[in-house]
Design a protein around this ligand. Sequence first.
Ligand SMILES: *Cc1c(COP(=O)(O)O)cnc(C)c1O
Length: 468
Amino acid sequence: MTHMHVAGSIHADASSAAPVWLEKPVDANVLVDGLWSGTAVRGQGGEMHVGGLPVSEIMAQAGSPVYAIDEIDFRGRALTWAQAFSGWKVYYAGKSFLSGTIARWVSEEGLNLDVCSLGELTVALRAGFDPARIGLHGNNKSEELLRLALSTGVGRIIIDSSDEITRLERIGAELGVRPPVLIRVTTGVEAHTHEYIATAHEDQKFGFSIAGGQALVALVRCQGSPHLDLVGLHSHIGSQIFDTNGFEVAARRTLRLMSQFKEATGVTLPELDLGGGFGIAYTIDDSPATPADLARGLSDIIEHECRAFGLDKPLLSLEPGRAISGPPGTALYTVGTIKDVELGGGQSRRYISVDGGMSDNIRPALYAAEYSAVVANRVTTAPPTLSRVVGLHCEGGDILVRDVFLPSDIAIGDVIAVPAAGAYSRSMASNYNHTPRPAVVGVRDGKVSVILRRETLDDLLALDAGLD
Ligand SMILES: *Cc1c(COP(=O)(O)O)cnc(C)c1O
C-alpha cells in the first residue's frame, strides 16, 4: 500500500525506525503466503526457486538485476479473472507491463487488451493480437495513433476530450470507418488503497465530468455523429483498490448518467466499463479481495443500481492490470554494499545497496510505494535486522524497499528478491544515470525464456550523436 510520502533520506524519521505495520518476523527466510508468485518456494538447501529454477540459475542465464515472470502464475491469474468475471469483457491493462510474449499469453488465456499509446498498440499488433479485442485509451492520442487504430479495426476507442471527438470524426470520415467509442467520464470518485473519496471535485486531466454536464454533452454529440458508433461509458477510479466501496458510487453515478441519456435521446447505451485498479499484496499489510469476491460485489452493485434507475443491465467490462501482471513478477538484485547508519537514540538503520534502483522501479520514489524482500540465495539463522534496500543512483530517494527485516548476516553478493514486481516497474523503467534497463525473463518448468533482453550500454550510446 501507499503510505504518507516520506521520500528521501532528508525526511528519515529517526524516532520510530520501523513503521507500525511492519512486524518483526520470527523467521526472515520465510516466503510469506500471498506475497509471492505461485511457484516460488525455498528449495532443498534453502535457495529460493521460481518457475522450477533456483534464483542463481536464473541470474546465471539472465544476469543481474533481472525480472523473472512466473508464466504459470501469470496465465493462472489472467484465467482466474476471466472466469470470475464470466459474462463480462476483461481487458488486461497493458500499461502495467506489455511485450510480445505477454500479449500472446493474454490472448491465449482469452482476455482482451487495453493499450494507451502508439508504442503499446504497435506491440499488440505486431504480436498478432486481434485488433477487435483491443481497447485504446489516452487523453492525447496522436493523429498517427488514431489512424493506426481506425485502419486496423481496433475494437473500441475510449474518448477523453471534445478535441478527440472532432479528430476521430474527421479521420473516420476520411477512412470510411465508423469506430466503436466509449466516453470516459469522471465520477468524482477517487479511490486509493483502503480509502476512497467521493466528491464533486474533479481536478484532473482525464475524462468528461458528469457533475459538470460535459459528459452528457459529449454522449449526445457522439450519438448524433454519422462517423462514430457510440457504445457506452467508461469510468476508472484509481489504483491499488482493495474493496468495492468506490466502485459502488462510480456505478451509481455512471448508471444515473445512462438513464439521463436515455431520457434525453431515447437510446439505451449498451456498455459500461468500470476500469481497473484492483489492489495486490506488496507487503504483509495488504489484503486484496479475490477476483471472485470482487465479481460478486460488483455484480450486486450493478444489479441494484440498474433496478433503481429502471435500466437493463449493460454489457460490463473491466480492466485489471496490476492484479494480473504484478504478483507473477519477482525482481532479483545482487547486494553490492552494506552500511549501518546511526539514527540517534541507540537506533540504526542498515542500508543495503543493490545493482538496480529507481531506474527499474520508480514506484517507491514516485508514490512512496511499499515493497517486501528476502535474501533469496540462502537461508540463515541470523536474527532479522531492520533494513532498507536502496539502488545505485545519485538520489537520496532511490529506495526500492523502504522498510524490511532482513537477516543480520546479509553479505556482499547475496541475492535480494522483491515480490509483486511485475507491474509498473520494468514498464516505467528509465535510463537514469545512463543505466541500461534489466532483462525480463519468463520462468516455467525449469526453463528461462527471454521476454525483454537486457539493454546494453551500446544500446544506450547508439542514441548519442556526440559519440563515435
Ligand atoms: C491504469 C489503468 C488501468 C489499470 O490499472 P491497474 O491498477 O493496473 O489495475 C485500467 N484502466 C485504465 C483506464 C487505466 O488508466
